[in-house]
Design a protein around this ligand. Structure first.
Ligand code: ZN
Length: 313
């Protein structure tokens, strides 16, 4: 029997090159980073971690993280393939993050705001009690300081390892946003690939302005589940940003390179800082990304070698 037919598909050769999953072009990782991890050939938006997202969005070193020491407890002593506590430990070691969300005050083109970012690389950006708490605290900080708040989501939904505790975060975050709105606050929700489940069914959908990156999967249940339930073939591009913009679910699709300008413009148009007729813009610097990305694999590999190894698999 030809066992090698069953070999695990190796679609991402190690080293300096990475294959675009959308157009199959081999991309030089540094070049990809310089382009904010967007494919130079087809504009496919690669995923980014929470810290990368912050580095490419905010002014220079302006981000000051709040509540960095909130750690998740395994209240239910939940076990699936491994104990939840072990999964948390492993995710922390692998990602270098403490949870799937981080938030803090920062400036974008001189405008102060509160930014909260979800990190898909940490257990699929799923919302457990700490992620819900951080989103809530971010919104409350914005309400308290009279600042706009931006949440950039990337999440597979509620974290089932925490059962009802994770589902409760949906109402908690939504309430904080309602209070922020009552005080006249501005909340911009940015949806990136993917934003689904309980995150989409709560704070991610509640923005005064809701924008998305191109081609992002956005929805509650995934297309496969819906297709199996309805027993109908779903239309092309179902649940992608472009499909949802057409149907009025989104306000705008914003390519990554334009995100800073777009956020800054929306805040400029829609927000006045209390007591200030004119928004006092501070001095600002360009974002630090891609200086902060860590793709310096020690293994040097030529583009040809990478393509060759890719062909073989
Ligand atoms: Zn591509």
């Amino acid at each position: 029997m030809a066992w090698n037919r069953f070999r695990r598909k190796k679609d991402m050769p190690g080293g300096l090159w990475i294959k675009c999953p959308s157009c199959n072009t081999m991309l030089f990782k540094k070049e990809l980073a310089r382009n904010l991890r967007v494919c130079t050939e087809c504009d496919h938006h690669f995923s980014v971690t929470g810290t990368q997202r912050i580095a490419m969005t905010v002014d220079g070193e302006s981000f000051v993280e709040e509540s960095p020491n909130l750690y998740t407890l395994d209240r239910l002593e939940f076990v699936d393939k491994e104990p939840y506590s072990a999964k948390l430990d492993r995710s922390m070691k692998k990602s270098g993050a403490t949870e799937a969300a981080l938030y803090g005050a920062c400036t974008i083109k001189g405008q102060p705001l509160v930014l909260c970012v979800l990190d898909f690389s940490f257990i699929g950006g799923s919302m457990g009690s700490v992620v819900g708490e951080k989103v809530t605290r971010a919104v409350e900080l914005a309400t308290q300081k009279n600042l706009p708040v931006v949440v950039i989501s990337a999440s597979g939904g509620a974290r089932m390892h925490e059962g009802a505790l994770s589902l409760m975060q949906m109402s908690k975050t939504s309430l904080a946003i309602a209070r922020h709105a009552e005080k006249g606050g501005l909340y911009i929700s940015v949806l990136t690939n993917p934003t689904t489940g309980g995150v989409m069914a709560s704070f991610a959908a509640l923005g005064d302005v809701v924008v998305a990156e191109p081609g992002a999967l956005i929805g509650f249940a995934g297309p496969r589940v819906i297709q199996e339930t309805l027993r109908q073939t779903l239309p092309e591009g179902f649940q992608r940003s472009e499909f949802l913009l057409d149907r009025g679910f989104l306000d705008k699709i914003v390519p990554r390179a334009e995100m800073r300008d777009t956020l800054s413009n929306f805040i400029n148009y829609l927000w006045t800082y209390e007591g200030d007729e004119v928004v006092p813009l501070g001095e600002w610097q360009e974002p630090t990304f891609p200086g902060s990305e860590e793709d310096d694999d020690s293994k040097v590999e030529s583009k040809e070698a990478a393509e060759e190894s890719n062909k073989k698999s």
